[in-house]
Design a protein around this ligand. Structure first.
Ligand code: SAH
Length: 375
């Protein structure tokens, strides 16, 4: 007979949640701080090792609580030092988490959902369909496990200096689980990352942008990909619900708060689709409305896609036009492409629960076994 797990997973709780939890079992709220230090600073997840908690409390915690993490299914290291993990959550669901080392920083790219329901036409995650939201524990668990695997130390060498929610999924559709995870990334008793070092990337969930602004101080990235609605709808179907005008208004509201700096706009350059000089000029006009940085991402192909990456010369010309127009624009270097860890290539394992055609999905998954089957 299957035993249903009733113990609360403390990885699901941020500091406020932990204080409530301890109050609910008749303990002092400061226990929250003790637990946080053990878990996030000492990387201890066994109650038994938490020696400043009394033996009876440790026994009690064993009974009512647990510290459960995702399962690391695999780890791959790229020639350029990029590391990709497949993290599993049972039931054939898994997501990918990527660490990108650079000379002065280390960025961890994490996932927020198993698959994604937004169906952006140029993204391999979208092609896989959607199964479910990740829990807070599954989101912060990716950071915890990566930190552990990398030998990240709080007071020594910090390997993870930045976290971006740019992996699989749309974080602002999974707001309730994402928020406590962000709070744990920011908290001194958690990973202690500054606001500008934690970035939420959205395909343009307007109500979520407002909620985020009101809830926590983090950096915002918006996946734009087109300067006008007709084209954007073909790339990001969510644009039908939240067109560019509404999206830009939400961005303005986001930066109106003095604590939030500028917004990073992501623009994937796809050959012959959105990379014309006219697009670059329209983008300059559009982005003048908001303090912004533009991140140009050369399209990363994946099996089954008809899109191609823009030629280098066109990418350079596009960048030149937007920079001449006064924008700050960088071209994102492709990292980890030998292990399929580049933007839009993250696949994981998704048990799709949408009604999308299985054939299309299978054709587009970028896992080696599927690729072999297709050859
Ligand atoms: N749903 C969120 C976060 C995930 S996507 C969002 O849309 O922002 C993270 C970034 O990768 C986005 O800017 C996305 O547009 C980009 N991306 C997706 N597929 C890509 C591909 N095949 N090549 C290059 N960038 C891609």
């Amino acid at each position: 007979m299957a035993v249903t797990e009733t113990r609360i997973n403390l990885f699901d709780l941020d500091e406020a949640g932990l204080r409530e939890f301890f109050a609910s079992i008749g303990e002092k709220p400061f226990r929250a701080q003790q637990i946080l230090k053990w878990v996030y600073h000492q990387q201890v997840v066994s109650f038994d090792e938490m020696t400043n908690l009394s033996k009876p409390l440790r026994t009690r915690l064993e009974e009512v609580a647990q510290l459960a993490l995702p399962e690391v299914i695999s780890e791959q290291v790229s020639n350029d030092g990029t590391v990709k993990w497949l993290m599993g959550f049972g039931g054939n669901n898994a997501v990918e988490t990527v660490f990108i080392p650079e000379p002065n920083r280390g960025t961890l790219c994490i996932s927020s959902q198993v698959g994604c329901a937004l169906n952006c036409s140029f993204c391999s995650t979208g092609a896989q369909g959607f199964n479910r939201n990740l829990t807070t524990a599954e989101i912060i668990g990716q950071v915890w496990l990566a930190a552990k695997a990398l030998g990240h130390e709080r007071n020594g060498r910090r390997r993870i200096t930045n976290v971006v929610l740019m992996g699989m999924g749309e974080p602002l559709v999974n707001f309730d689980a994402v928020l406590p995870a962000l709070s744990l990334m920011r908290a001194d008793l958690g990973f202690g990352l500054a606001a500008k070092r934690v970035t939420v990337s959205t395909a343009g969930m307007v109500p979520g942008i407002d909620r985020l602004r009101d809830s926590i101080d983090v950096a915002l990235a918006v996946s734009l990909h087109a300067p006008e609605d007709t084209l954007r709808e073909t790339l990001v179907p969510l644009n039908r619900k939240y067109p560019i005008k509404e999206l830009m208004a939400a961005c303005q509201r986001y930066v109106a708060d003095k604590h939030k700096r500028s917004i990073t706009f992501e623009y994937t350059l796809i050959d012959g689709v959105n990379d014309h000089p006219e697009h670059a000029r329209a983008l300059v006009k559009l982005l003048r409305q908001v303090p912004s940085k533009l991140n140009l991402i050369p399209f990363n192909p994946f099996p089954g896609t008809a899109y191609r990456c823009s030629p280098k010369a066109r990418i350079e010309k596009f960048q030149q036009i937007v920079m001449d127009g006064g924008l700050i624009a960088t071209v994102r270097k492709t990292r980890g492409d030998d292990i399929d860890a580049a933007c839009g290539q993250l696949a994981g394992k998704v048990v799709d629960r949408t009604r999308r055609s299985r054939t299309i999905r299978m054709n587009m998954i970028s896992e080696p076994e599927n690729r072999e089957r297709l050859q």
